[in-house]
Design a protein around this ligand. Structure first.
Ligand SMILES: [Zn+2]
Ligand SMILES: [Zn+2]
Ligand SMILES: [Zn+2]
Length: 797
């Protein structure tokens, strides 16, 4: 049953002696201080910090040295073309204190613009040292992401005596737009969309003064010389300008109107988050039925009133990246309308990250829904004329400005899992910072997957992953995809010598015509390689790739895969038992269809006599006969081993959800159903001799438990636990120390944290995603990593 993908083209084959493999053999069971209910014990960790900003020539390296010495940490620090790289290793608590004090105690003249952290396997450093500077890579090739307003600029815009009082485009060297305004490199004003604004004498003085905070701040501006606000009606007719535009927009939001506001990387649709009727109106107009909406809060204190916020979540909300952070609602929270996140205990919260947002939120004084200005899954609008057209019938008013947005950049989304941040959507604040590759690649373009698409362009050791582009189903998204590829090639002056695409024959990203040799890489192999790349793992590794759907090497739909990655290729060592999906693609939107497939596989034809089953009841009598015929004949019923669809099936059997209004909704609700009612019990899910995980005994038990009216919390926990035990069983069979968890299913906090804990207890070393999403947003990086690993199938065109 196992498919073996052999190397047909060798692109930069990796010499065996550069593959140290995983440093570990099997380790004794170690426990980690994961968040929540997991056991806590001291443990050695290694963290790499990549710091960009003014950190050279200001005493930064000696400061780092003494801080590490004081905390008893080992590792090193060195200058790099774009800043400083640090690795520290030691007890988790000390490493965390180090991370905190790097920011709070930094030398007076240093400026930290971005700080990226990667958790790596302990390396066993003996001491702390200052290393020789690393001068590879050109500093000019680094485009910084857009950075949230710094404290100094924030103070100025609220200071009546300051010349930038109430000025929504205030910025300095430490904050403001970057990626969203850059047209070409080097990053000079002439190469940005600020080119059209001539600095006044006061601004120019700041710009030219090396002692000023705005020395060479390319978007520097003030009310006299910079961009300005305007308020337009729904047809694009100007109503007011400057500060009165902002005041009137705030008044309209207070009155329940929907305001489209042009921000940093695109338009937001804003509406009073406390006003249920207004939020419902927004959902209706935007054709967004139930998918949770993000909420921007005026302050951290306002977030704390409604949601439980950990120290790490606070740090993320207030960071220069300022992402949307998924937070759990407090029991007594009532300030946010239920329609913002229906049947969902979590909310995506964010804080104002531009002066415009700070001023607007201060003016309204309450939380507002801030969702992307688009129609359903299309890319976010960036131009005001285009917005008036595309958002016609949605927005009542347009709060716009005249600083052009060069490229769309959505808000990033982060969830804290296992005590670390995990990016679920990588865009503003993070894109386009490169991921450093372990092995160099020739100029390579990777086109990603179909859903949650990102592209990546790499050369040498740098992989530049694009901002989130989205689902390539619409013409607008397809255009954004093509634009982003051209944009990256021009920005980084890289002409790809090689293109890597998914194996799926019908993905838009596969069909793209590019004038370069192409190779394909299997979807789930790309997931695992992406996780390995960001954790800097070399093979052999056991990859667990669980998602909704991906084209398998045998032509069926894969999604519950265990792939052993070696230096020569990959082998499918195990997978979830397959089942039929009646209706194929429409099953993704109808969990009841996955459920029928799963139940048919479990009970055969007798399923149709079990009239009490929720999925069966979800179909009208007349619909059941054709479905039965489809299933028994296998017509329009593709086979799948998808873990995502298995989650859907269980949610449907529990009567939780029969139709989903967005991808993964049923699985998310199944995870949330566990609540605090965790149990250590698990259903049975045996692993066969030929590597098939049989979930049928679990399904039988679930059907019986539903009949006995067992709680959804208990059933869901036992189902999740069974899946985790199946992972552990395959890990034992495969015998690899390192286990990489990837695919959209590992956005599930319960599943991921439990898998990490159980694998560690059994002596394995689990790895999961941090800076690159586990979902299909990470596929492009995996494809790039494939180019360095010679795992591609030649696919000349
Ligand atoms: Zn600033
Ligand atoms: Zn000025
Ligand atoms: Zn996938």
């Amino acid at each position: 049953m196992s498919t073996r993908s052999r190397r047909k083209t060798g692109i930069l084959p990796v010499p065996a002696d550069t593959l140290p493999a995983c440093r570990a053999g099997k380790m004794p069971a170690c426990r980690d201080s994961l968040e929540g209910c997991l056991p806590i014990a001291p443990e050695q960790v290694r963290v790499r910090l990549t710091i960009r900003g003014a950190v050279q020539g200001v005493g930064f390296r000696p400061f780092i040295y003494w801080l590490a010495e004081e905390l008893g940490l080992s590792g090193w620090v060195r200058n790099s073309p774009s800043g400083v790289t640090i690795e520290v290793e030691g007890a988790r608590r000390d490493v965390e204190e180090f991370r905190h004090r790097v920011v709070s105690d930094k030398p007076p003249h240093s400026v930290i613009q971005t700080i990226e952290a990667s958790h790596l396997d302990p390396a066993g450093y003996g001491a702390f040292e200052i290393r020789e500077s690393d001068l590879t890579g050109a500093p000019s090739a680094i485009v910084l992401p857009d950075l949230a307003t710094c404290a100094d600029c924030r103070r100025e815009i609220f200071d009546r005596r300051n010349r930038r009082h109430r000025y929504p485009f205030t910025n300095c060297t430490h904050c403001g737009p970057r990626f969203s305004i850059v047209e070409a490199l080097p990053y000079d004003r002439e190469n940005t969309s600020m080119r059209g604004f001539t600095m006044c004498a006061a601004c120019r003085h700041e710009y030219e003064n090396p002692c000023d905070r705005r020395f060479h701040a390319q978007p520097n501006a003030c009310p006299q010389c910079g961009p300005q606000l305007a308020l337009w009606d729904a047809k694009g007719k100007p109503l007011s300008s400057r500060h009165s535009a902002l005041v009137e927009a705030a008044r309209a939001i207070r009155d329940g109107a929907i305001v489209a506001a042009k921000g940093l990387g695109g338009f937001h649709l804003l509406v009073d988050a406390r006003d249920d009727a207004a939020v419902r109106r927004l959902r209706e107009r935007k054709h967004r039925e139930e998918k949770p909406l993000a909420v921007m809060f005026p302050s951290l204190a306002a977030v704390r009133e409604e949601y439980a916020v950990s120290a790490l979540e606070e740090q993320l909300l207030s960071s220069a990246e300022a992402p949307i952070v998924l937070l759990r609602r407090l029991c007594d929270a009532a300030g946010i309308a239920a329609s913002v996140a229906p049947q969902n205990p979590f909310i995506g919260a964010l804080l104002p990250y531009t002066p415009l947002h700070h001023l607007l939120l201060a003016e309204v004084g309450f939380p507002v829904v801030a969702t992307s200005g688009n129609v359903s899954d299309e890319p976010i609008c960036t131009d005001e004329r285009e917005a008036v057209e595309r958002l016609a019938g949605i927005a009542d008013l347009f709060l716009i400005h005249d600083r052009p947005i060069v490229r769309h950049v959505d808000d990033s989304i982060v969830r804290v899992i296992a005590g670390r941040e995990m990016l679920l959507r990588r865009a503003r604040g993070y894109a386009p910072l490169p991921i450093t590759l372990r092995h160099p690649v020739p100029p390579t373009l990777a086109t990603g997957a179909q859903l949650k698409n990102t592209i990546a362009l790499a050369a040498g050791y740098d992989a530049f992953i694009s901002q989130h582009i989205g689902d390539l189903g619409s013409a607008a998204a397809a255009a954004a995809f093509r634009r982003t590829i051209e944009d990256f090639a021009r920005l980084y002056r890289v002409r790809p010598a090689h293109v890597i695409v998914d194996e799926h024959p019908d993905y838009y990203s596969t069909l793209l015509a590019v004038d370069a040799p192409r190779s394909t890489l299997q979807h789930h192999c790309a997931h695992v390689l992406s996780c390995m790349a960001e954790n800097e793992l070399d093979p052999p590794v056991l990859g667990v790739a669980w998602d909704g759907t991906g084209y398998g090497s045998d032509g069926t739909i894969w999604g519950g895969e265990f792939l052993k990655i070696t230096a020569e290729g990959f082998e499918r060592v195990a997978h979830l038992r397959t089942f039929r999906l009646p209706g194929g693609d429409c099953a993704a939107r109808e969990p009841r269809r996955s459920a029928l497939g799963v139940l048919h596989e479990t009970f055969g034809e007798s399923l149709f006599r079990r009239h009490g089953l929720a999925p069966l009841r979800a179909f009208a009598k007349g619909e059941r006969t054709p479905l039965r015929q489809m299933l028994s004949r296998g017509v329009n019923c593709p086979l799948t081993s998808s873990a995502g669809r298995l989650f859907d099936a269980v949610a449907s059997i529990l009567g939780m959800r029969q139709r989903a209004s967005f991808e993964g909704q049923a699985a998310i609700e199944l995870e949330f159903a566990i609540g605090d009612g965790a149990t250590e019990d698990a259903y049975e899910m045996p692993l066969s001799a030929d590597g098939v995980i049989d979930w049928a005994p679990s399904v039988r038990a679930i059907v019986a438990d539903v009949k006995r009216s067992r709680s959804a919390a208990e059933i869901s926990a036992k189902f999740h636990n069974a899946l985790v035990e199946a992972i552990v069983a395959v890990a034992h069979r495969a015998g690899e120390a390192c286990v990489a968890l990837s695919g959209g299913c590992f956005q599930n906090k319960y599943l991921t944290e439990r898998a990490i804990r159980r694998l560690r207890e059994e002596g394995f070393r689990p790895f999961w995603h941090q800076r690159v999403p586990p979902n299909d947003g990470g596929i492009s990086l995996g494809q790039i990593a494939g180019a360095a690993r010679a795992l591609l199938e030649a696919n000349p065109r």
